[in-house]
Design a protein around this ligand. Structure first.
Ligand SMILES: [Zn+2]
Ligand SMILES: [Zn+2]
Ligand SMILES: [Zn+2]
Length: 170
């Protein structure tokens, strides 16, 4: 008697299962694992918006950026001057990249679509290093990465350095 009941019961569930269209089962909300400790990543709200942190925080400090609901590991960028890591910062509404060795290293780079604009390099004629686009009080200009050792700079014209014309004294 009992066997028959169980049989009916499982038939019932089997039919219910089969009658579901596959879409109904749905995808359980995706889980992302921390590559550092294999804990789960949880979506968090920070002052710069949503990001992902490890459930084992603070013993694990892994974080990732949020991109359309998925954790995306922030790319690392390094200071062209001292090799330290660059960090994206926002100050007075301006986003830029600063060296983590600040104040020993005062390297800053413009933000260009979420990456430091260091790809845009221009050779410095004065010292052989290179110029990067910077924002000063009067707007953009190109300054030597060796600043203040080298004060060579060029004006900026729509993202391009304006080569300085050789001036002939009269
Ligand atoms: Zn972790
Ligand atoms: Zn640096
Ligand atoms: Zn220079």
């Amino acid at each position: 008697m009992k066997d028959k009941d169980d049989q009916a019961h499982s038939d019932h569930w089997e039919n219910e299962f089969l009658s579901q269209d596959s879409g109904y089962i749905g995808e359980p909300s995706k889980r992302y694992r921390c590559p550092k400790c294999q804990g789960l990543l949880v979506s968090k709200q920070g002052k710069n918006g949503t990001f992902w942190g490890c459930e084992n925080y603070p013993s694990c400090d892994y974080t990732a950026n949020d991109e359309a609901g998925r954790p995306v590991r922030a790319k690392k960028y390094f200071c062209p001057l001292c090799g330290g890591q660059l960090k994206r910062k926002t100050y007075n509404g301006n986003t830029f990249w600063g060296c983590t060795n600040y104040p020993d290293c005062k390297m800053t780079l413009d933000d260009f679509d979420g990456a430091p604009a260091s790809a845009k390099k221009y050779p410095c004629r004065a010292c052989g290093h290179y110029l990067v686009r910077k924002k000063g009080p009067k707007g953009y200009f190109w300054g030597c990465i060796k600043y203040p050792e080298c004060r060579h700079s060029l004006e900026d014209n729509k993202g391009q350095p304006v080569p300085r014309k050789v001036r002939h004294s009269p």
